[in-house]
Ligand binder design. Structure first.
Ligand code: ADP
Ligand code: ADP
Length: 225
């Protein structure tokens, strides 16, 4: 079964009110295992709304979300939260690392929340940092890291619980072009090395060209490009 399946997803804000905006109008998307998809969308098109619904952070008005073959519609919130923690990794334009914790601890914490023993979580965090070339930065707090380094730590945190699906909302959008390329390389290496499926929103067509497939969010629907 696909890693992520969206069908008939609809979403409006301010439903039934004068300011109602219909953002998603019938989203169909199937992400195969190991597939990396570029999501291209003009600002305001509903990209964040779509990623939040796919990642169970927000609910649709209509339609179905299935993760790794499991339909999420009927599940209680506690179960959805458990699936989100274990099976979905998120990355944003801004790193959102916890400022009072080290790079290592930021990667350990979500594992502890997921029930992983401390020692195992520590080992996993070190392995991830090593894979993005940041082993020497393990004890640094986010403020002591460069923008590109912060973002690489955020990738490691997103993959800490070994999810099957990564959702990224312009993960390199905040970085200068050279850093952006390097950080994107690190992300692709992590993703390809684990057979992870990913939907990565980007405005950068050079980066989009390096993914398996490209889709555009247009008038509330997805079209292949
Ligand atoms: P994108 O990520 O593509 O920039 P968003 O998904 O953030 O787009 O937003 C899509 C549209 O929905 C925009 O017009 C935005 O103003 C509107 N929107 C987003 N969140 C809300 C909200 N909580 N209430 C009302 N309108 C919203
Ligand atoms: P979720 O959205 O899955 O509940 P969070 O991103 O809120 O996960 O938190 C991930 C981990 O970080 C959890 O172990 C949580 O307890 C911890 N955490 C979140 N915010 C803080 C904070 N301000 N200080 C210390 N730990 C935090």
């Amino acid at each position: 079964e696909p890693a992520l399946l969206l069908s008939g997803i609809e979403k409006s804000y301010n439903r039934g009110l004068p300011g109602e905006v219909s953002v998603l109008r019938g989203i169909e998307l199937s992400v195969a295992r190991g597939e990396v998809i570029a999501l291209v969308a003009p600002s305001g098109a509903g990209k964040s709304t779509l990623l939040h619904i796919a990642g169970l952070l927000d609910s649709a008005d209509a339609g179905r979300v299935a993760i790794a073959g499991q339909d999420m519609s009927g599940l209680p919130d506690t179960r959805r939260t458990a699936v989100r923690r274990a099976d979905v990794g998120f990355v944003y334009q801004f790193h959102h690392l916890l400022p009072e914790f080290s790079a290592l601890e930021n990667i350990v914490l979500p594992q502890l929340a997921n029930g992983t023993p401390r020692k195992k979580a520590d080992t996993r965090a070190r392995e991830l940092l090593d894979r993005v070339g940041l082993a020497p930065r393990a004890s640094h707090r986010p403020a002591a890291l460069s923008g590109g380094e912060q973002q690489r730590v955020a990738f490691c945190r997103a993959l800490a619980n070994a999810p099957g699906l990564l959702l990224a909302d312009e993960p390199t959008g905040n970085l200068d072009p050279v850093t952006s390329d390097q950080v994107f390389d690190a992300l692709m290496e992590l993703v390809r090395g684990t057979g992870l499926s990913a939907v990565i929103a980007t405005h950068n067509m050079d980066l989009a060209a390096r993914m398996d497939r490209r889709i555009r969010l247009e008038a509330g629907r997805l079209v292949d490009i």
